[in-house]
Structures are given as C-alpha cells and as structure tokens.
Design a protein around this ligand. Structure first.
Ligand code: UDP
Length: 258
C-alpha cells in the first residue's frame, strides 16, 4: 500500500491512484464523523462492511442499468473505481421525514412523506454543505440542466430499487445521500453514480421496531453502531462466513503486524 500515490483523504475514505490511467482505488476507513466533522470516532469494522455493502448495491444497480464508477472490489477494504469529476452536489433522497428535514421544517421524525423528496446540497465542508435549489445549481454552473435531469431520474430509480430491496429484508429506507460524477468520452461527458452507498449515508430503520441501523447510532450516541452495520450486511446476505469471524480475523492479523 505504501508506494501508491494518495490522491485525497476524506472523512471515511482514502483515494489512491489506480493501476491504470482513469482508475482510482477507494480505501474504506473505520473512521466516522458527524455534524460536519465536529464529532469524530471509529466504528469497528465499518470500512470492511461498507466496502462490501456498497459493492453489493452498486452491482445490483448496474444490473438495472444505472451506470456507476464501480469496477470491482479488490480486497476487504478497497475497491477499484473509474475516475470521475465529482459534481459538487449531494443528492438527498427522502421517503420519510428525519434529520435535517425534520429540524428545518418542524415535521416529526418518522412521518411518511406523500411522495419521494429530492433535495440538493452544495458540497462545501467550510460552508457545512448548504441546502440549495436547482436554480442555484444552474446559476453557478455546478451542473447543467441536462445533467440535473439525468441525476434526478437516476436518483428516483435508485430509490425505487433500494426501497424494495431493503423492504424485502425488513428495513425501511428513510433517506439517503448520493453523489454523481462526470466521465469524459471525447468531446462529451456523461453522468454516472459515484462515491458509495452504505449505512454511513443512509437512514435505515427496522420495519417492525423502528430501531436505527445506520450512522444515527453514532451521531446520537445510541451505541451498538458496529452491530447495526453488521446486521444490515447480514440481512443483505453478505459475509456468509459470518461478519464477526471476518472482522476478528482482521484484528488478529493486525495484531500480528501483517
Ligand atoms: N447524509 C450524508 N452526508 C452528508 C449529509 C447527509 O451521507 O453530508 C445522509 C444522511 O446519512 C441521511 C441523509 O443524507 O441518510 C439525510 O441527511 P440530513 O439532511 O437529514 O442530515 P443530517 O441529519 O445527517 O445532518
């Protein structure tokens, strides 16, 4: 890992130069942050789980025709992806009121929304990723109107697919965040799904009990965050060998310095 050139270190991932031009390696860390990185911590095994969950979801999305940067998973914590120019917009997809929507508009958490709501935030840590309107996106040229049409259509399809997938394993998809990027082909560019989809960027509630199975456990000091991420992976049928076995093995290796 040492000779690879690091391109960027984010809050939950490190990006390294990939083996071929136009590729990047995403390394998933156990680090967790919340409230614009004011709260910091680690969730044991999170990187391994998110790498696998994101691989799973991006692969399924690919089967239904959603193009993404995902190429293949390389190992427990890394995946190979296409290099993209990230659109500086976080797309928030909401089915049920929670988090900042509830706070901003005084809507009780857990209220089912009459239809899926798309929100856009401008990606800028220093500004705290402010909510913006499509008019801002057009006005400041963060994405073209055609790109926003592709982005919103993909976001709705992704939501329909994921809501069904999670419903099938007894989980309510409350809301989630997506990021998109541009790939250039000659004089043209097209929009593809980028970043990751994992319990870090989704609100996932158990359908029967409303128990939170996502990063809100960390944000709100509820405890049991590692177990919640493991439970999502288990219900998705990932880690058939047993999540805890895989993670224990890892820490054993680390102890032995390998
Ligand atoms: N989200 C995210 N990254 C962000 C902001 C939000 O992944 O920088 C996700 C978050 O996990 C939740 C959804 O987007 O699933 C909606 O988040 P919200 O706007 O309610 O913000 P929060 O309550 O997390 O501040």
């Amino acid at each position: 890992m040492s000779r690879r050139r690091q391109i960027y270190e984010g809050k939950a991932k490190i990006l390294y130069e990939g083996p071929e031009p136009g590729t990047i390696i995403q390394y998933f860390k156990d680090d967790a942050t919340a409230f614009n990185a004011e709260k910091k911590g680690t969730i044991n095994g999170k990187g391994v789980i998110n790498n696998r969950i994101s691989e799973h979801i991006f692969t399924l999305l690919n089967h239904i025709g959603i193009p993404s940067h995902f190429i293949r998973r390389l190992n427990m914590r890394e995946q190979l992806v296409k290099q993209v120019e990230i659109v500086p917009i976080e797309v928030i997809v909401r089915n049920v009121a929670a988090g900042s929507l509830s706070k901003r508009l005084g809507i009780e958490e857990g209220t089912q929304l009459p239809h899926t709501l798309l929100e856009y935030c401008y990606k800028d840590d220093a500004l705290g990723d402010p909510l913006v309107a499509e008019e801002h996106i057009a006005c400041f040229g963060w994405a073209s109107q055609e790109e926003m049409q592709d982005i919103s259509a993909m976001a709705i399809r992704i939501n329909d697919f994921m809501a069904g997938m999670f419903a099938g394993i007894g989980i309510k998809l409350v809301d989630f965040k997506l990021e998109f990027g541009r790939v250039f082909e000659g004089d043209f560019s097209r929009i593809i799904l980028a970043d990751e989809i994992s319990p870090d960027g989704c609100r996932l509630w158990d359908m029967e009990t409303n128990e939170k199975l996502d990063k809100d456990r960390f944000r709100r000091d509820l405890g049991g965050e590692a177990e919640a991420y493991q439970e999502v992976a288990r219900r998705l049928g990932l880690f058939p060998e047993g999540v805890s076995e895989v993670l224990d093995l890892n820490s054993e290796r680390k102890k032995r310095g390998k």
